[in-house]
Design a protein around this ligand. Structure first.
Ligand code: 5AD
Ligand code: SF4
Length: 498
């Protein structure tokens, strides 16, 4: 008989996240819940529990999950105390199919009941039987769940969950339910609490942020929320994702332009440039309106970096429709574009449409659009060479930083910048700000290298101090160890011992 899960000291866990920012934030909550129940992060790559927080937006996400579950089958067979839990959108969609396909899974939970995970794990162990619990709808806005944030300087803040739109390709409304809005006072209180902990950047999250307020009857609620968040002392950067072009009203553009800590960046999903396809997608704006919004945004917020999502190969999309998408993408001059091949999602209206586009045509269009978008992204990046940018220093964005002697972070417009610290200058901590000059543009990032006489200004921030404190707490070493060049040693510190 297995020992009871709860009495075994320090069970370790790993959360694997697929999909969008909502899931990333939900995973922070799952981690918070698990740590509240006595679990600790697995640092040895051999967790006692793996939680998959899944996505169902496109089919390849399904395939990835079932592939990962198959890989764990033998391990589970030889380690009966090891547990596997599957949550998120795919769990909400597939429910008992997950247990049919992978009966070695211990717990399946949905998008509306992430708070039940620790109890379900315990029950599954105790009863020696898989547990599945899916709620049809959200009972309360999940704002009181403990959260273990991934970053000391930036945080996600949920303003709404669910979506009242009915885009015909999209499975989200059936999995995340109708839009539920969190009250502004609660959101602002959470932001204030985060700022008090040292957070300097927040991203407001919602499936459709500019319809925020629909539930409590205030159409201007999102613009008001931006302005109110803008007043919070110490909050340096506000971002949000994602708005919908249909209801993107001027009050939001005004609030963005008139609130200095709202960043000059906007993720505005186009989906298609063809009016015919937009109508079949049940997206109520047309390409003219879309381009008009971008024009207004750029008038009020010069240099705004606008990013997008585009789908090619939607059922019935002809070459002419696709050329419309190319035209609008070219005119939009996106700073980044997430391009997708249409993926048939059973249960959505578009999955029933007759004229599914064949794979070869979809692939061909996908590559042509990708090439166009990449060219534009690079051209837009090149315009920034020679410009001064303020970078919020990250602690995990530059995979090659150690080899290239650079550090990394995001500019105000969201662009990734890898920068060098000139000889003799002090290094920033993650969460501090540096001001540097862009020396080179690459397709996906900017470089700001140290050249003779180059600009480099460091502004230490409350987030940098918070990072120091976190290091001290987790490593038992003095804050901000610095090497002989004045650089902070990011990896110094003993492993945590209890
Ligand atoms: N097929 C392809 N892409 C999709 N998206 C949503 N549903 C589908 C689908 N069925 C894309 C949209 C959305 C992004 C998050 O994923 O572009 O904005
Ligand atoms: Fe899906 Fe459309 Fe809602 Fe976005 S707005 S979540 S694409 S239904």
């Amino acid at each position: 008989m297995n020992s009871p899960v709860a009495t075994k000291p320090e069970r370790t866990y790993l959360v694997k996240t697929y999909g969008c920012q909502m899931n990333v934030h939900d995973s922070e909550r799952l981690a918070g819940l698990l740590e509240g129940a006595g679990y600790v992060t697995a640092s040895d790559g051999q967790p006692d529990l793996v939680v998959f927080n899944t996505c169902a937006v496109r089919e390849n996400a399904d395939n990835k999950l079932y592939g990962s579950l198959a890989q764990l089958r033998d391990y589970k067979a030889s380690n009966p105390n090891f547990q596997i839990a599957v949550g998120g959108c795919l769990a909400q969609k597939d429910r008992d199919v997950i247990l049919q396909k992978a009966p070695w899974v211990d717990v399946v939970f949905g998008t509306h009941n992430i708070g039940s995970l620790p109890t379900l794990l315990e029950r599954s162990h105790h009863n020696n039987q898989a547990q599945i619990e899916i709620e049809e709808s959200l009972q309360h806005f999940p704002s009181n769940l403990p959260t273990k944030r991934e970053s000391t300087y930036a945080a996600w803040v949920s303003i709404s969950v669910g979506c009242n739109n009915t885009c015909t390709f999209c499975i989200v409304p059936s999995l995340r339910g109708k839009e539920k809005d969190r009250r502004p006072g609660e959101i602002l209180a959470e932001i204030e609490a985060l700022v008090a902990e040292g957070v300097v950047e927040i991203t407001l999250l919602g499936q459709n942020v500019n319809s925020y307020g629909v539930e409590f009857g205030d159409r201007g609620a999102f613009a008001k929320l931006l302005r109110a968040a803008g007043q919070i002392p110490g909050l340096e950067r506000i971002r949000f994702t994602s708005p919908h072009p249909a209801a993107f009203t001027d009050d939001v553009i005004d609030a963005m332009a008139e609130t200095p800590n709202v960043m000059p960046t906007l993720h505005m999903p186009l989906q298609s440039g063809s009016d015919r396809i937009l109508s079949k997608m049940r997206r109520s704006y047309r390409s003219d309106k879309f381009l008009g919004i971008l024009e207004k945004v750029r008038e009020r917020i010069p240099n705004a970096a606008i990013t997008t999502d585009i789908i090619v190969g939607f059922p019935g999309e002809t070459e002419e429709d696709f050329l419309e998408t190319m035209r609008v993408a070219e005119a939009s001059r996106f700073a980044a574009a997430f391009t997708f091949k249409y993926s048939k999602r059973p249960g959505t209206p578009a999955a029933e449409y007759d004229e599914q586009v064949d794979e070869a045509a979809a692939q061909d269009r996908y590559i042509r659009l990708l090439n166009l978008c990449n060219d534009i992204v690079w051209q837009e990046n090149q315009k920034l060479v020679g410009q001064t940018v303020e970078v919020l220093v990250a602690n995990n964005e530059g995979k090659k930083d150690a080899d290239t002697d650079r550090m990394s972070g995001r500019a105000r417009d969201g662009r990734l910048v890898h920068f060098q610290i000139p000889e003799g200058q002090q290094a920033p901590r993650p969460g501090d700000f540096v001001t540097v000059v862009v020396t080179e543009a690459k397709p996906y990032f900017l470089l700001a290298d140290a050249t003779p006489g180059s600009t480099y200004e460091l502004r230490r921030s409350a987030a940098g101090d918070a990072w120091d404190r976190a290091q001290t707490e987790s490593c038992d070493v003095p804050a901000a160890p610095v090497n002989k060049d004045g650089r902070v040693l990011l990896t110094l510190g003993k492993p945590k011992t209890k």
